[in-house]
Write a protein that binds this ligand. Structure first.
Ligand code: IPD
Ligand code: CA
Length: 266
């Protein structure tokens, strides 16, 4: 299975680069796109649908027995539970549609109930983040390492939020982070935020609920880079999403404490 994970992630890397180029073609002609609402702060356009269709078709052609979970086209997990591709064609859709270059393509891989690899492509920055179990995580070929700090005063922490959960605990968490001397940022792409944790750009990432397509590839990057991330597949995380917390290993206790203070148990 090890070889097949490597070959799958290599394939996914080329595919994410191609998908990123397709997404960027749409981004360059944003004025021609119309978006539909799937709910509060949750839009979708032809760009999301077409990029996911392109990724899904390529994966199913090359790995016809694999399962697929995607943000826009749903899941084909029933009856064939392994390996599972977990895809967000455009993470940061609201930024994408608002002409803010903070979005990415995200492709994760689960084998035997475990996240084993992930690729995130940011075409605006021309960066491809790749990680898999047992190998160095890399950004454009350069080895990534999370930050080696124990408190929040040494850099930025991203805190995400969506209307899927109540606002108050996240607002309190941000307040407590600021009181510890931290700085919070919200880029609008949780997947990219996790890639930045893997690469030591952010100290950590926290969000009370993310869907698995937003978090799977990023979690793979953080783990492969040697950082800490909670078990996002626990308690039906694949089906229902989960809380997501990630940081360099020395800050894990601090992040857990921050979450615990507002009632999130990790
Ligand atoms: C969203 C982004 C955002 C996160 C939300 C996600 P989308 O995904 O990752 O940063 O805070 O939880 O739903 O809608 O842009 O694919
Ligand atoms: Ca998305």
């Amino acid at each position: 299975m090890r070889d097949s994970i490597v070959s799958r992630i290599e394939f996914a890397t080329a595919l994410a680069n191609e998908a990123g180029a397709l997404a960027q073609d749409y981004y360059r002609s944003l004025g021609e796109l119309t978006a539909q609402s799937k709910g509060p702060q949750d839009a979708v356009s032809e760009a999301d649908r077409e990029v996911e269709a392109m990724i899904r078709a390529a994966l199913m052609k090359n790995f016809p027995n694999d399962a697929f979970v995607g943000e826009e086209s749903g899941s084909s997990v029933a009856g064939k539970d392994d390996p599972i591709w977990v895809v967000d064609p455009i993470d940061g859709t609201q930024c994408f549609l608002s002409a803010i270059p903070s979005w990415c393509v995200s492709i994760g891989l689960i084998v035997d109930g475990r996240i084993v690899g992930g690729v995130i492509r940011d075409p605006n920055a021309d960066e491809t983040f790749v990680g898999m179990l047992g190998k160095d995580a890399r950004c454009n070929g350069r080895v990534m390492r999370p930050r080696d700090v124990t408190d929040f005063t040494d850099g930025l922490t991203e805190v995400g939020w969506s209307p899927r959960i109540p606002a108050a605990p996240t607002a309190r968490l941000i307040e407590n982070l600021l009181e510890r001397g931290g700085i919070y940022r919200r880029s609008g792409s949780g997947a990219l935020g996790l890639a930045y944790v893997a690469d030591g750009r952010y100290l950590g990432y926290f969000e009370g609920h993310m869907n698995v397509w937003d978090s799977c590839a990023g979690a793979a990057l953080v783990s492969a880079a040697g950082g800490w991330v909670n078990d996002i597949l626990a308690d039906k995380g694949l089906e229902q999403g989960s809380l997501v917390a990630a940081s360099g290993a020395p800050l894990a206790a601090g992040l857990r404490a921050l979450a615990g203070e507002v009632g999130y148990v990790l």
